[in-house]
Design a protein around this ligand. Structure first.
Ligand SMILES: O=C(O)CCC(=O)C(=O)O
Ligand SMILES: [Fe+2]
Length: 374
């Protein structure tokens, strides 16, 4: 009886010792694998924050309730935000759920992402040329460089028509400016019961899916991007025109037009990306008008009909998207009824350029290696 109970006690103790050792070993191994993961993670500072890729080429989601407002205040926040900017530049768009970030903090975040990614000191936040303060009441309480995205006459409904082709909306924010946006952030605080998804398309993949001959043909061409719709709205509305500077000393005046390379090199990733969009690009300058119309129509179809280079986001209340306007296009979906509203901040980056020595995203072997690690 005695010895049996001793054996039992011993066995229990041995078992619990063994299990403690196993636990210790497990913790050490998990610790080591986390440390290895952090070391090998291409965006080291983001390793502690769970994130998953939405598609192979575009979109990454932070499923845990990682609060962007908390990231702004971490002791290593510069490292974390720098990696967040780099991740956005690689993945095109990042999604965050149920965010408590304020409009003022959205401004801080956009400003810091751009600065940490290396934008020129003269670039700040974009101010939209059309100030909707007369038509949208809530705009009155927002800073001038926070845009009210609203189904009630705000920017998201500019030129809206129920019979319009949905794919006509693909655009890159502020691409009509001489110095357009790098990063933009949108938080939607009011949603209709259903509908109103937003889609993003990868400019890297749009470039990579073209044949080498077509890529070569486009490289070095330049295009006119023209915010004609905004100019027309301004001419007929009571809204006040804002003539600048709109986030850069170069973004001034009432023209709302710019000439940019058709294929652009990304300053953070150094990848080549398609930089024309259906909404603002009106003419490829080196081609005849006829040729230009055909090439632009083809490129618009290339973006809108290749759904393998797109990601579609169904919003929850207070969700936030952060995207890189240099290597993506996006479009809202006007299929909803009811109020849909949020705040959008666009950081101004650098003048677009084409560097023939930059590479295609698919050519970079580390991309494949990174995807295996993450
Ligand atoms: O309303 C949306 O889904 C997108 C609006 C938009 O284009 C933007 O915020 O830049
Ligand atoms: Fe936009």
């Amino acid at each position: 009886m005695f010895s049996a109970s001793l054996v039992l006690t011993r066995t229990k103790r041995t078992a619990s010792l063994l299990s403690a050792r196993a636990q210790h070993l497990r913790t050490a191994l998990v610790g080591r694998s986390l440390a290895t993961k952090a070391r090998t993670h291409p965006f080291h500072a983001l390793a502690p924050f769970e994130h998953i890729d939405e598609t192979p080429v575009i979109g990454t989601r932070f499923p845990q309730p990682t609060q962007l407002s908390t990231l702004l205040r971490l002791s290593n926040s510069d490292d974390v935000l720098k990696d967040l900017a780099r991740l956005a530049s690689h993945r095109g768009v990042l999604f965050f759920h149920e965010q408590n970030i304020s409009a003022e903090q959205l401004r801080e975040l956009a400003k810091r992402l751009g600065e940490l990614a290396g934008k020129p000191a003269t670039s700040t936040l974009h101010i939209y040329p059309n100030d909707y303060s007369d038509t949208v009441k809530s705009k009155n309480s927002l800073p001038q460089d926070v845009m009210d995205i609203s189904s009630e006459g705000g920017a998201s409904r500019t030129g809206f028509s129920e019979t319009a082709r949905a794919s006509d909306g693909w655009h890159s924010d502020t691409s009509f400016e001489p110095v357009p946006s790098d990063y933009a952030i949108l938080k939607l605080h009011t949603l209709p019961p259903i509908g109103g998804d937003t889609l993003w398309a990868s400019g890297y993949e749009a470039y990579d899916k073209l044949s080498p001959a077509y890529r070569k043909f486009l490289e070095g061409l330049t295009a006119l991007l023209d915010a004609k719709g905004v100019r027309e709205e301004l001419a007929k509305s009571k809204d006040n025109a804002f003539h600048g500077p709109r986030g850069s000393p170069e973004n001034i005046g009432a023209a709302l037009k710019a000439i940019h390379p058709v294929i652009r090199s990304h300053p953070v990733t150094r990848f080549k990306t398609l930089f024309v969009n259906k909404f603002y690009t009106t003419r490829i300058l080196e081609l005849t008008e006829d040729e230009s119309n055909d090439v632009l129509a083809y490129l618009a179809r290339h973006v809108s009909e290749n759904h393998d280079l797109q990601v579609r986001f169904r919003w929850g209340k207070d969700d936030v998207a952060i995207w890189d306007n240099r290597c993506t296009m996006h479009t809202a979906t006007m299929d909803y009824a009811g109020l849909r509203q949020g705040d959008r901040v666009a950081s101004i980056g650098e003048r677009p350029y084409f560097d023939p020595k930059s590479r295609s995203r698919r050519e970079r072997p580390e991309i494949r290696a990174w995807q295996e690690i993450i």
